[in-house]
Design a protein. Sequence first.
Length: 283
Amino acid sequence: MKPEYKPYVDALIDLAIREDIGDGDHTSLCCIPVEERGRMRLLCKQEGIIAGIEIARLVFEKLDPEMKFEQILQDGDHVKPGDVAFYVSGRLQSLLQAERIILNIMQRMSGVATQTAVYVDRLKGLHTKVLDTRKTTPGMRVLDKMAVKIGGGENHRMGLFDMILLKDNHIDFAGGIRPAIEGARRYLAERGKQLPIECEVRSLEDIDRVFEAGGVDRIMFDNFTPEMTREAVRKVAGRCETESSGGITLDNLREYAETGVDFISVGALTHQIKSLDMSLKAC
């Protein structure tokens, strides 16, 4: 895990515990003796890419530092029904409190990683990288981003704070591409910040306007056809990075990548996924 992700993960785990346990797991408290101990295993029930084992360990540690975690698989491993990812032992009350939190996190992360791996495989042999977007579940973005990386994809910006991305609304409200880019450069210089600048374009002519303004690290081709994208890549001619976005599906992904574009951003990696089925059971 990247060090800068740790505060987000800690806060997310704290929230997950509060929303699920509240003032106590009264079901476990009423029928399980406080010092009763046991062992559970994380069982995979579908084929895919497993993700979230590292986070599961942190949840167990936060709920009960005395729990013993025996890891069998690694994040990013290909799993099939019947595979065991880890064993964990400790107080039964703590294990039962962790169960649903762990499953909610790992099933979603594994779903994102599995879907990402499908997109990455479609680009095999090409230099184009698939990127995630900010279309994530509020509060869980850090886990979605981690899962994309585990699945073999690349992360775009984490949020609005670590990159300047001038999209259509910014450009329209700023009065055009040139004033938007010049405003971005001036803003960074005045504040002593070093952030990459990306600018969205909606036509081939817009590319010329970007280079007239200068100082951009990446150009995003918004809703271009593959034919337009190929021409746009030729027009950019390696002067900055290129990215395609909008209207791109698994079916046409490779066609876009074959244009030579550097990156393709796909919101579906995180907002149209199917969780991977798994269970945490006594053993």
